[in-house]
Design a protein around this ligand. Structure first.
Ligand SMILES: NC(=O)c1ccc[n+]([C@@H]2O[C@H](COP(=O)([O-])OP(=O)(O)OC[C@H]3O[C@@H](n4cnc5c(N)ncnc54)[C@H](O)[C@@H]3O)[C@@H](O)[C@H]2O)c1
Length: 440
């Protein structure tokens, strides 16, 4: 099938690559010329396991193309995906300008019928706005063309995005039109073979399903962080509690790891956006407001522990930092807990020596070169002459380190761990002062 994807970010690029790999002919359109030129040269803008070979192979085969020419893209695809960003507006609601700009572009160039699929995460009612925009532009062009707006939210996880798109848990299709549903069934057939993963529903329910999913996961994390904070004060061990409740299949063992807060491009903005949607219809979502508040507080947790350990005297201290990305297997630092911590430490005059397997380039892009941040090549190098080690991201590399070397290289054997990677007793026995989240 001929498919066009507007927006070659995490969602657009991975989805386009996977669709082309299954045999569809996909043209990707982006307004970012550098991104498009780089992709043509095989330079992939994001770090995502398994993505590079799929992009390279299908580009060479001519099934995956990149362009800034929107007209070419609109003419090509019977199916037009919108996968542009929906960042938070100043008040936290989703900014729909990019989505509506693509709708306008499609309507400006279309000369035959199109299925326009909204894959960006958008508030309930956006499909209607997209429809109105397309209708308005077609009217200006004095054209009457058949088109359908579908909501098909994306559930991929950064770090396993390729696999998530190739083997989705579910494919949500929001449409009231059975012919459109059949076309999309055909599009997704390669990913829907073993059992039927396609769930068809009305457009508004599909739009809300995406927010409900992310808000539920964010709720689990904030709930567990709340329990960890309670455990700490009550003298219980949150890791025992986690095992205790995770074995209950009604609760499940996913997304109940306590830590230093959730980040990334989705959970924080989607929780905020749903709070705003609720507010706009006169409903105050107390659960979501608390989820957000607990998460903001949790991102301060490591700094509080560090500050307390040094009696508030952090000026001139140097800390080794393991992890910058908001989670492992990605270079994404959007809303990362590391940023809150780094900025809090800078505010009190501390310096950082940081290492991350993938996100150092992104860190440099965000903060630029600074005297109080040194990015280093290995996780060992950052330890040298540092006052303590801080762990913010649970990269696999960090889970079984050489503790003797850590003790040797640090000025004092102190570890602040925002991801509960180690057992407190084990480190205590080795003479390390260890702070984690709610562990005993
Ligand atoms: N990143 C994730 O893990 C993830 C997962 C599920 C859903 N989502 C949702 O998918 C959407 C996209 O997220 P992302 O992380 O892929 O965004 P991104 O910021 O990585 O990429 C967006 C891309 O769209 C391009 N763009 C902007 N305006 C354009 C236009 N008018 N025409 C063509 N291209 C344009 C930008 O240049 C950029 O390359 C968001 O709504 C997000 O919430 C993201």
């Amino acid at each position: 099938m001929n498919v066009t994807v507007f927006g070659i970010g995490y969602v657009g690029l991975v989805q386009a690559a996977v669709l082309s790999d299954a045999g569809h002919h996909v043209i990707c359109v982006d307004v970012d010329e550098t991104r498009v030129e780089n992709l043509k040269k095989g330079i992939i803008p994001i770090y995502e396991p398994g993505l590079t070979p799929i992009v390279e192979d299908n580009y060479k085969l001519g099934r995956l193309e990149f362009t800034t020419d929107a007209k070419v893209g609109v003419e090509h695809g019977d199916i037009q995906f919108i996968t542009v960003g929906t960042p938070p507006d100043e008040d936290g609601s989703a900014d729909l300008n990019y989505v509506l700009a693509v709708a306008e572009t499609i309507a400006t160039h279309m000369n035959d019928s199109k299925i326009i699929i909204d894959k960006s995460t958008v508030p309930v009612g956006t499909a209607d706005e997209v429809k109105n925009k397309v209708t308005e532009i077609l009217k200006k062009r004095s054209l009457t063309l058949d088109f359908h707006i579908v909501s098909n939210p994306e559930f991929l996880k950064e770090g396993s995005a390729v696999q998530d798109c190739q083997k989705p848990d579910r494919i949500i299709i929001g449409t009231d039109n059975s012919d459109v549903a059949d076309t999309l069934r055909e599009l997704y057939t390669p990913f829907n073979r073993n059992h039927d993963r396609m769930i068809i529903m009305d457009v508004k329910s599909a739009e809300l399903t995406k927010y409900a999913a992310n808000c539920m996961l964010a709720t689990k994390i904030s709930f567990m962080n709340e329990m960890a904070n309670l455990a700490e004060k009550l003298g219980a061990d949150i890791e025992s509690v986690r095992h205790g409740i995770g074995s209950d299949s009604r609760i499940g063992d996913q997304f109940i790891s306590p830590g230093c807060g959730y980040g990334g491009s989705c959970f924080p903005k989607d929780v905020q956006a749903l709070i705003k949607t609720a507010d706009s219809i006169g409903y105050s979502s107390e659960i979501l407001k608390s989820v957000e508040a607990v998460n903001c507080r949790q991102k301060e947790k490591l700094f509080e522990k560090i500050s307390k350990h040094y009696n508030g005297d952090l000026k001139g201290k140097t800390f080794a930092l393991w992890g910058l990305s908001f989670k492992p297997n990605t270079d994404d630092m959007r809303e990362a807990p590391s940023r809150v911590l780094i900025e809090s430490l800078w505010n009190v005059g501390a310096k950082l020596q940081a290492y991350d397997p993938e996100a150092m380039k992104e860190c440099l892009r965000i903060y630029g070169k600074r005297d109080d941040l040194t990015l280093m090549e290995t996780q060992e190098l950052v330890l040298k002459e540092a006052d303590a080690l801080i762990i913010v991201t649970e990269w696999q590399h960090f889970k079984a380190p050489d503790f003797d070397l850590i003790i040797k290289l640090l000025k004092a054997p102190v570890i602040f761990d925002g991801r509960n990677l180690f057992k407190p007793k084990r480190l205590e026995n080795q003479g390390i002062t260890y702070y984690s989240i709610g562990q005993k």
